[in-house]
Design a protein around this ligand. Structure first.
Ligand code: ADP
Ligand code: MG
Length: 270
């Protein structure tokens, strides 16, 4: 073995830069010293350095995907109190966050419930877990994404804008029923739903049941067609509880009361 004193360390550093191996670049002085001291076989040293580079590469990729996902900061499963939503099975949500079969088939998740019950939080949390498992996710308020797609349509690049979203295994559309009338008229949302149908997953949150979705699409036939595609392969979670936000505010004021169930939301397609 060449003693490290004979190694051209400046040249090695340059080469590791050139090869884009930052973890090995950072770790080799410490690892080689330890290997020399403890008499590691050369293959063990090489394997240790390579494993660290791989782990670091995974970590960086996940950090990049997390940044691109635009998830809500701090809204993770660890921060989600399942006891506040008794009708939501933690085991079922855990199975969802494992990803795998549903996401590779392009199935959907729909979260229904009144304002403040944790739909956006749960959507973001599911996104977080999936990114950590190596999937790519995009979280967007529905109105923001629709606005971008409308601009793409005006620029005559709607098809490629929708195709670009294919790189995301899951697109989360938060608050679909907040789509405004002028956004509904151009129906880019329908184009997106059709393009992803049975190929790429969507997670949609809504305050309103399907029966009220006529404001989201230009006409009832298109609403029906969109809902049909969304629910064909979908898991529907209904979060019919009292607003967590309101309850938290009331408890802070000192007149907290036990959770109450809100009126049931109809999630059957019309
Ligand atoms: P929604 O999207 O249904 O209107 P949010 O997800 O915005 O509700 O939730 C409102 C606030 O309450 C957020 O700060 C969220 O983190 C918190 N929250 C709601 N439900 C829960 C829960 N079950 N556990 C922890 N925090 C929750
Ligand atoms: Mg919300």
């Amino acid at each position: 073995m060449i003693p490290s004193s004979q190694t051209d360390t400046a040249r090695l550093t340059l080469a590791l830069n050139e090869l884009r191996l930052p973890a090995i670049k950072a770790l080799w002085p410490q690892f080689t010293e330890q290997a020399d001291k403890e008499g590691w076989p050369a293959s063990r040293l090489l394997a240790a350095l390579v494993e660290h580079e791989l782990a670091e590469r995974d970590r960086r990729r996940i950090a990049r995907h997390l940044a691109q996902a635009c998830l809500l900061p701090g809204k993770t499963l660890e921060a989600f109190d399942f006891t506040a939503v008794p009708m939501l099975s933690k085991a079922h949500v855990s199975a969802i966050t494992a990803g795998d079969s549903w996401i590779t088939k392009g199935s959907n998740i729909l979260l229904f419930g009144p304002p403040g019950v944790g739909k956006s939080h749960l959507a973001s949390a599911i996104g977080h877990s999936l990114v950590e498992k190596g999937y790519r996710v995009l979280f967007s308020r529905t109105t923001d994404l629709v606005q971008k797609l409308q601009q793409a349509r005006r620029d005559l690049v709607l098809e490629s804008a929708i195709a670009k979203l294919d790189k995301f295994h899951l697109v989360i559309l938060d608050d679909i029923t907040y789509v405004t009338k002028d956004q509904a008229e151009t129906s880019v949302l329908f184009e997106l739903i059709s393009a992803r149908y049975e190929r790429r997953s969507m997670l949609i949150t809504a305050n309103q049941p399907f029966g009220e979705w006529n404001t989201v699409f230009p006409d009832p036939a298109m609403t029906l067609a969109a809902v049909d595609r969304l629910v064909h392969h979908a898991t529907i979670f209904e979060m019919n509880v009292e607003s967590y936000r309101r309850r938290a505010a009331e408890q802070a004021k000192g007149y907290g009361r036990p959770p109450q169930r809100a009126a049931s939301v109809n999630t059957q397609p019309d």
